[in-house]
Design a protein. Structure first.
Length: 124
C-alpha cells in the first residue's frame, strides 16, 4: 500500500526529502479532449487509483488547461516504486494508447527532491 493520502484538490502533502518527483507534461490531441466515457479522462482516473497501490507512491499533483496542456507530478519514495509503476500492465496499455491517440507530445522528467517547503493560507 502507498503512503499517499487524498489531498482533496490541494497540493500533495509530502514527507521530508529526499524523495522523487516524476514530472509528466503533455499536450493532448483534440481526440483526447473529446473522448467519451471510455477515453482519456476515464483512463487517467483509473491510473490515478492504481498508482496508489504501488509501494513508495507518495501522492500526485495535476493541472490541465482547456486547450490540452497538462502537467502531472507524481511523487515516490524511491526509484524502485517509479520502475514498478513504469512497468505496471495497465500503465503500459495506457502509454501505448496515449502515443496512438491522446498526445501530440509529452515529456517525462525524473528528479530527486532534496528540499521542499509549503505554504497554506490560514495555517497557524
Amino acid at each position: 500500500m502507498s503512503d499517499h493520502a487524498d489531498t482533496g484538490g490541494r497540493p500533495a502533502g509530502l514527507p521530508e526529502p529526499p524523495y522523487y518527483a516524476v514530472v509528466f507534461t503533455s499536450t493532448r490531441t483534440a481526440q483526447a479532449l473529446a473522448d467519451g466515457p471510455d477515453g482519456y479522462a476515464r483512463t487517467a482516473e483509473r491510473l490515478s487509483r492504481l498508482v496508489r497501490e504501488v509501494p513508495g507512491f507518495l501522492g500526485e499533483d495535476s493541472a490541465h488547461t482547456p486547450g490540452g496542456l497538462a502537467v502531472t507530478v507524481a511523487y515516490f519514495r524511491d526509484l524502485a516504486g517509479i520502475e514498478q509503476w513504469r512497468d505496471h500492465p495497465a500503465h503500459l496499455v495506457a502509454k501505448r494508447r496515449g502515443r496512438e491517440r491522446w498526445y501530440e507530445r509529452y515529456a517525462i522528467h525524473i528528479a530527486r527532491v532534496e528540499h521542499s517547503h509549503a505554504f497554506f493560507r490560514g495555517a497557524a
